[in-house]
Design a protein around this ligand. Structure first.
Ligand SMILES: C[S@@+](CC[C@H](N)C(=O)[O-])C[C@H]1O[C@@H](n2cnc3c(N)ncnc32)[C@H](O)[C@@H]1O
Length: 226
């Protein structure tokens, strides 16, 4: 799946059915979150779920009907197990889930890049980035059981721009503190590189080397120890 694909009107795109979109989303989750059969049987919360296609596909295909979806934009596809919520404030009980997943969402899209490079945003933001990311991660850990897992898919690393670099640094610090405190155990699994051409199909917008590596995506598996 491509994000920010920058498609132009002049290039006709084939119609993709809702079912195909659900399947595409589900397959993307399975591949980026390394979801095995035993994982898919668990009680799962999907944070930053988008429309909730992962939960919808799993329910429609009798894979799992215990997947909850949370997103600040209403997760319209996910039925009764969908909530409109921020990851920083999850309306769920302590230890309610076996697994929290977040794909292509946390930490990068939880922030406004202006918070990194615009001094006005930096100074006037009510909750600084570090505390907001900490708050969200603490919420993910709160709602899973001990020995439960948080899996973050498509986490952006080795990014070239200032915002990517800043988020990676802040987020690593937060994770290192939790590891040092014996709160979590963590595994980092490198996935694909994102290249310039992955961000646009438009040859005019694509200046420079289309094979230039812009960032590397990784999967973070975080186990709650206490
Ligand atoms: C790139 S989309 C990914 C959607 C879906 N997970 C997928 O892989 O197709 C990022 C999602 O994160 C959500 N998001 C942004 N800020 C958030 C926050 N603070 N808490 C929870 N979700 C957030 C957005 O509304 C959006 O649906």
């Amino acid at each position: 799946m491509k994000f920010f694909s920058g498609r132009t009107e002049s290039i006709p795109q084939p119609e993709i059915s809702q079912q195909d979109k659900d399947k595409e989303a589900f397959d993307d989750y399975v591949s980026h979150l390394d979801l095995r059969e035993e994982d898919l049987r668990k009680t799962i919360l999907d944070v930053g779920s988008g429309k909730g296609r992962f939960a919808k596909y799993a329910k429609d295909h009798n894979i799992n009907s215990e997947i909850y979806s949370a997103d600040p934009n209403p997760p319209t596809k996910a039925g009764s197990k969908a909530v409109r919520a921020l990851g920083e404030q999850l309306p769920f009980k302590d230890g309610q889930f076996d697994l929290v997943v977040s794909n292509a969402s946390f930490p990068a899209v939880f922030i406004n890049p202006k918070e990194i490079w615009d001094p006005f945003f930096k100074e006037n933001n009510p909750a600084p980035l570090e505390s907001r990311l900490k708050q969200a991660l603490n919420e993910f850990l709160r709602v899973i059981k001990i020995n439960g897992e948080v899996r973050l898919g498509r986490v952006q690393t080795e990014g070239k721009n200032k915002a990517n670099k800043a988020i990676e640094l802040i987020f690593s610090k937060i994770l290192d503190e939790l590891v040092a405190g014996g709160e979590i155990e963590m595994e980092k699994i490198p996935k694909e590189y994102m290249r310039a051409r992955d961000f646009t199909d438009d040859p005019i917008k694509l200046k420079g080397d289309p094979d230039e590596v812009l960032m590397r995506l990784v999967l973070l598996k975080i186990k709650k120890l206490k």
